[in-house]
Design a protein around this ligand. Sequence first.
Ligand code: ADP
Length: 551
Amino acid sequence: MQARMMQQPLIVSSLLAHAARYHGDAEIVSRTVEEPGADDGVAIVDGVHRYTYADAHRRAGRLANALSQMGIGAGDRVATLAWNGYRHFELYYAVSGMGAVTHTLNPRLFPEQIAWIINDAQDRIVFFDISFAGLIEQIAPHCAGVERWVAMTDRRHLPQSALPLHVYEELLAAEPEDFAWPALDENSAAALCYTSGTTGNPKGALYSHRSTLLHAWSACLPDTMNLSGRDAILPVVPMFHVNAWGLPYAAALVGAKLVFPGPALDGKSLHELFEAERVTFTAGVPTVWLSVLQHLQTSGATLSTVRRMIVGGAACPPALMQAFARDYGVAIQHAWGMTELSPLGAINTLKQKQLDLDEDARFAVSVKQGRPPFGIDLKIVGAEGDELARDGRAAGDLLVRGHWVIDRYFGAGDSPLVDGWFPTGDVATLDADGFMQITDRSKDVIKSGGEWISSIELENIAMGHPAVAEAAAIGIRHPKWDERPLIVVVRKPGRDVSRDEVLAQYPGKVAKWCIPDDVVFVDALPHTATGKISKLQLREQLSAYRWPVAA
Ligand code: ADP
């Protein structure tokens, strides 16, 4: 029997329409890309732009009209190369809302990679922040398919360029703010994001309106990110990295204040914004929180309003969680995800029965990557594809399925799925309560004498030493054991730690055969465009390394 309920499509434009109508005066605050001289004394003061969801909705209407005027239609890809800011937010909603596809480009990639991605996606227009004007000049000659390059600024701040640039503010000024947002098919494409392609060419994940809405809805739940209209959310995670983990959508869904940091992502600038805008919730990769922690420790500053911090994208060192909880009263929540998962796959929130555990036992749960929210299903399998026990001990290849998981890549013919499940390339354990713990990327596992050693575990232990800023474990060829672990360590500024002191961290925490055979000290570790340690580059840098003594 057919139910008698309204059918309203789950579409991105409905989020901003809701925020504008029911949270119209909630603020969106952005540190601008233009120098503080860009102040207009109204919306922009001291390099900080301030307006509301109602303003954003009106300007998104103007932008959608401008896009239509430029001939953009359903399914066309419109790219952005931009920091987290209000114009980028308007693009998210105008492009997807009118039926086109918002394609976020990662400016930290090499110019050739960006050009390759633009061509692969067949982007028709590229919108860019003026800080990327030089980058645009480099890539434009290689992107014949791009019809327009639009500088996200006004005429006054338009950079000199050999390209015929369009000016964002002029496009908006020429159009009316009323736009008839179409009732799109919820299964049509809304946004496109490429994986960073650490091996091989990047691949596009093409999100639907429906998957984006369900992901945002889930993100707000108390056991997920617990977002509400009482929060001020500062996404440090870039809007070009898996849509800032969905926060620009989730914030509109609940009408939370949004605070965008622009290009100023150092510890001091973030801290200033946290305090000035009374931020309650923030999210980013571990390296960002390491730099915020260093700033707090050296300046003696505290956090008066931030209470929750999501750490994901790479394993969060337990020492980082402890420092924020103990010294600053901030609960770090560990989360795991991937571009292919929009990105949320698991997040760490304790269950009622775990609240009474002693501190050590609670902490042992909190360091895991977390459990899947409703809408995501996880399993681990062995080498033969056999499902492994959910006992917190067996480690195997992690597979996932759910409402916001890709079923194939953009443009690619073959489905990557295995019996309807997406293979993540991660190795993990799952416990009886559903908590998942990543032990490694499958390509980073250290294989010693037929056994697997978790590089993440070795890194976390090294980072437990107070003088260690960052650590990476890699497998180095060994004549007898196939590979043995080497731990590469960056010391904190002005701190000293010896090889033996690093190695003394291990006994009692891991089996004897898992302890690294040697320590190498470096000034800095290589990072990828998404802020993770690049093991690929590190292995190249250490290719001349030889074990000191044959063990
Ligand atoms: P890319 O590999 O292109 O940077 P993603 O940003 O989507 O793509 O990265 C996804 C991968 O990041 C995951 O498969 C996993 O290996 C790693 N990752 C994400 N979150 C965590 C976490 N909390 N702990 C450990 N690894 C993580």
